[in-house]
Design a protein around this ligand. Structure first.
Ligand code: RFL
Ligand code: PHB
Length: 387
């Protein structure tokens, strides 16, 4: 098979890139290791920056998001049973959209199907060859080896993918930081505890109250690194969450059976460069942020919007375009890492944390509550980056 852009991975980054490139008349083949059902079963992000909302609309996948998503004009930060609101509208006249990644992915599949996209699922042993010349992607399916020849290969295959490894080790720099804790997340068919998200700093550890819609809640509690999700019963989870949320919210908490329960390790990671020869990387394949800033999916969408612009120029004959991708993408990526790591440091309980460090967190939260400039900085970063 021959195509202009071979895209590895059918997560939100890969599907959105295929959608935007096809809109520009560029041919694509998407190669995904898992089944479509598996891709659609993952519960992940819930918050879209306004720039992401606009990118999805531009890609022609905004209709259901606009009908079913919830515009949030603020967020609450809590500590010591006290909570305060950051009003995004007042601080920077912006908002975010609460709309689950699962739905974003489903909408992208529907749009790609309608456009006649080629998406290959259950591709095993995906390998990239000759990315510095004429790239080829090989994979095994149903006992046969297949080959896709492309002008460009886009690695959108997530943190555990293979594309990043194609860049020679000597030419690749990886910046990695592991936080010494994880999040245990629960999805439950219960009304959310509040209309807006609550991020809570508590002596027992961080807690987050989020949602997918008025009947579906998503909650997280900080747990030790390497925790097994199944070692937590639903009852133990609800007890722990109730203890960590500010009193008012805890009193309103409605519990029910979990319909999904999973653990995510908190880490920050960036691989540079994001382009090597005719290989480009986007989304989690190139970088990971701790989820505290709600940036992972947004950075993936940001990469892809930029990449679609760069590749459209490239295929239009602008041979310098591809060379601008790494620097332009990394500026946003590092802004996301900075904000997400800062929020993580502010809100979590670190093993061995001293009383001094705890007071510093409290002083910082107090500063954000009482300084309009500090609230504006948080609001601008949360609803978008770099502006
Ligand atoms: P994905 O979604 O991991 O998709 C990669 C795809 O590539 C496939 N793949 C391969 N295909 C072919 N060959 C191979 N060798 C392959 N290896 C892997 C995989 O099967 C998969 O289908 O990466 P992508 O597209 O870059 O999207 C990134 C986002 O998924 C991620 O950044 C966010 O989910 C992060 N995130 C959040 N981001 C936000 O913006 N806001 C949030 O509120 C938010 N909350 C979260 C999150 C991530 C979490 N977890 C579980 C890590 C909350 C959590 C708990
Ligand atoms: C979520 O709803 O899954 C979510 C929301 C905000 C975050 C992380 C995850 O910062």
């Amino acid at each position: 098979m021959r195509t202009q852009a071979a895209i590895i991975g059918a997560g939100p980054a890969g599907l959105l890139l295929s959608q935007l490139l096809m809109q520009s008349g560029i041919s694509t083949v998407v190669i995904e290791r898992r089944s479509r059902a598996h891709v659609l079963s993952r519960i992940r992000a819930g918050v879209l920056e306004w720039g992401s909302v606009e990118t999805l609309r531009r890609a022609g996948v905004g209709a259901r998001m606009d009908a079913e998503g919830a515009v949030h004009e603020g967020v609450a930060l809590g500590h010591s049973n006290h909570q305060f609101r950051i009003d995004f509208r007042a601080a920077c006249d912006r908002a975010v959209m609460v709309y689950g990644q699962t739905k974003v992915t489903k909408d992208l599949y529907a749009a790609q199907d309608a456009a006649g996209a080629v998406i290959i699922h259950d591709a095993q042993d995906v390998a990239l060859h000759d990315v510095e010349g004429t790239p080829r992607v090989t994979y095994a399916k149903e006992g046969r080896t297949h080959e896709v020849v492309a002008d460009i290969v886009a690695g959108c295959d997530g943190f555990h993918g293979v594309a990043r490894q194609t860049i020679p080790e000597a030419k690749r720099t990886e910046y990695a930081h592991a936080f010494p804790f994880a999040w245990l997340g629960v999805l439950s068919e219960t009304p959310p505890v509040a209309h807006e998200l609550i991020y809570a700093n508590h002596p027992r550890g961080f807690a987050l109250a989020s949602m997918r819609n008025a009947k579906l809640s998503r909650y997280y509690v900080q747990v030790p690194a390497e925790t097994e999700a199944q070692s937590w019963s639903d009852a133990a989870f609800w007890d722990e969450l109730r203890r960590r949320l500010p009193h008012d919210a805890a009193e309103r908490l409605i519990t029910g059976p979990s319909i999904e329960k999973s653990v995510a390790q908190l880490r920050a990671f960036v691989a540079e460069p994001m382009r090597w020869g005719n290989l480009v990387l986007a989304g989690d394949a190139a970088h990971i942020v701790p989820p505290t800033g709600a940036k992972g999916l947004n950075l993936a969408i940001g990469d892809v919007a930029l990449l679609a612009e760069v590749l459209t120029a490239h295929f239009g004959g602008d041979r310098a375009a591809l060379g601008t991708y790494t620097a332009r993408a990394l500026e946003r990526v590092w802004a996301g890492i900075r904000f997400s790591s800062g929020m993580t440091n502010l809100l979590h309980r670190f093993p061995g944390q001293s009383a001094f460090e705890q007071r510093m967190q409290e002083a910082e939260l107090h500063h954000i509550e009482h300084s309009a400039a500090a609230r504006e900085a948080v609001a601008r970063n949360y609803t978008g980056l770099l502006d």
